[in-house]
Write a protein of this length. Structure first.
Length: 425
């Protein structure tokens, strides 16, 4: 098959073909493991659809208060089933992963309550929600919530032995961030999260364990509630959206905790009983159907990038043989120009807006300028191929998403071609 016209169109350097093929062959064993996980999660989704008797009627849109929005209730029953939760709140009115996480915190914490971050300070946008940076109006600290964090250990792992030093009888909520975020650590596995939960509950059985599940869904064969988490939250335009969901967020957990969240999202006395799905039930569930496959494709893309850039001497997070518990692949460049070149190359491989040139700019919720390459069918959907990073030392690019492996391969070839032109490799 002759790919010359395609290579010429994208101005790709053919000299990397042999390297890429050899690294692909080395990853065959890793890819086989991903296939098994993907199959398990695919069947789990299908089981939830069948168990809850998903029907054509569930896709009918309603108006007004949404009393006739039967699809809304069906979506939430399916999510609760998949995550082994007592209840779920899945709404298009939850606008982002940060909103979903913020909703949980503002719902469960009151004046004088104490929360602890077990996995060091959380993601940049959540630091502004809490109030440890930015001093934004209405943050948690301004409302009298107390906050403490537990640093990671010297190996950038959860400091299990010191959890009891920060979780005490007054700790209302403990936050665990599963994904790497904009850090230099890998994502924490379900087994590691379980070990942390055991230590938290040992220190205070009444402490609510809340897991930020963003980027982690369907990367393993279990989810955090199955190992003792009380509540978790995430976005529908990350893993679970499968490139189909156009907006929304989800929260799953214990029934009484979900009631607090629904009462905060709408109003006490209304809770989950009102609120339109705005006809999104079909796209949410179709995205959920595709999600196990999409997650597998995204991790394969990330692994291939990691394998290639490791061979050129760049530090990658996670390393090839590290456990994978999110879809983020970080590459430490130690040079802002390399991060910019990387993101511009990813943008060239985008399905939408590929002709645009991303530049670092101030983004709401971030303290540093951020460069984002994200050109997909759903704006900002990190289930689709994207890359971003704050322009701060040590200058790391964070790759995530990829609806299919072949697009990720094209992106890799564009990155390598552009890096060679710049003399970076």
């Amino acid at each position: 098959m002759n790919f010359d016209s395609i290579y010429n169109f994208f101005n790709l350097d053919k000299s990397f073909e042999e390297l890429i093929k050899s690294k692909e062959n080395e990853l065959k064993g890793n890819f086989e493991i991903l296939e098994e996980i993907s199959e398990f999660n695919q069947l789990k989704v299908l089981k939830a659809f069948n168990k809850n008797k998903l029907s054509t009627q569930d896709f009918i849109s309603a108006t007004g208060y949404g009393y006739a929005d039967v699809g809304r209730a069906k979506v939430e029953a399916i999510f609760a089933d998949i995550f082994k939760a007592e209840d779920a709140l899945v709404r298009p009115s939850i606008v982002a992963g940060t909103h979903a996480l913020s909703l949980v915190l503002f719902s469960l914490l009151n004046y004088g309550d104490k929360m602890v971050a077990i996995t060091d300070d959380p993601y940049d946008t959540m630091q502004q929600v809490i109030g440890i940076v930015g001093n934004k109006k209405g943050n948690l600290l301004s409302k009298g919530i107390k906050y403490k964090k537990l640093d990671l250990d010297d190996n950038l792992l959860i400091d299990y032995k010191n959890i009891s030093q920060v979780v005490d009888k007054d700790t209302k909520l403990a936050l665990i961030q599963r994904s790497t975020g904009y850090t230099e650590r890998r994502a924490f596995t379900i087994d590691e999260i379980e070990r942390a939960i055991i230590e938290i509950k040992k220190a205070n059985p009444k402490t609510i364990v809340f897991v930020d599940n963003c980027y982690g869904e369907f990367t393993e064969d279990k989810e955090p509630i199955e190992v003792g988490a009380d509540i978790l939250a995430g976005s529908l335009i990350k893993n679970l959206g499968g490139g189909i969901a156009i907006t929304g967020g989800y929260i799953c957990g214990k029934k009484d905790l979900i009631e607090y969240c629904s009462n905060t999202l709408t109003a006490p006395g209304i809770g989950k009983d009102e609120g339109l799905s705005f006809g999104t039930s079909r796209s949410v569930l179709q995205g959920l159907y595709f999600a196990p496959h999409i997650v597998k494709e995204a991790i394969k893309v990330g692994m291939l990038f990691a394998k290639i850039f490791d061979s050129f001497g760049y530090e990658v997070i996670p390393k090839i043989n590290d456990p994978q518990s999110d879809v983020v692949q970080a590459i430490k460049f130690k040079d802002p120009n390399k991060v910019i070149t990387f993101c511009k190359s990813i943008q060239e491989a985008s399905t939408v807006d590929s002709y645009l040139i991303p530049e670092p700019f101030p983004m709401p919720g971030y303290e540093d300028p951020v460069i984002m390459a994200s050109g997909g069918f759903v704006e900002g959907a990190t289930s689709e191929l994207s890359a971003d990073g704050p322009l701060r030392s040590p200058y790391i690019a964070y790759l995530q998403g990829g609806l299919n492996y072949y697009q990720g391969m094209l992106a890799l070839k564009l990155v390598l071609s552009n890096f060679k032109k710049q003399g970076y490799i």
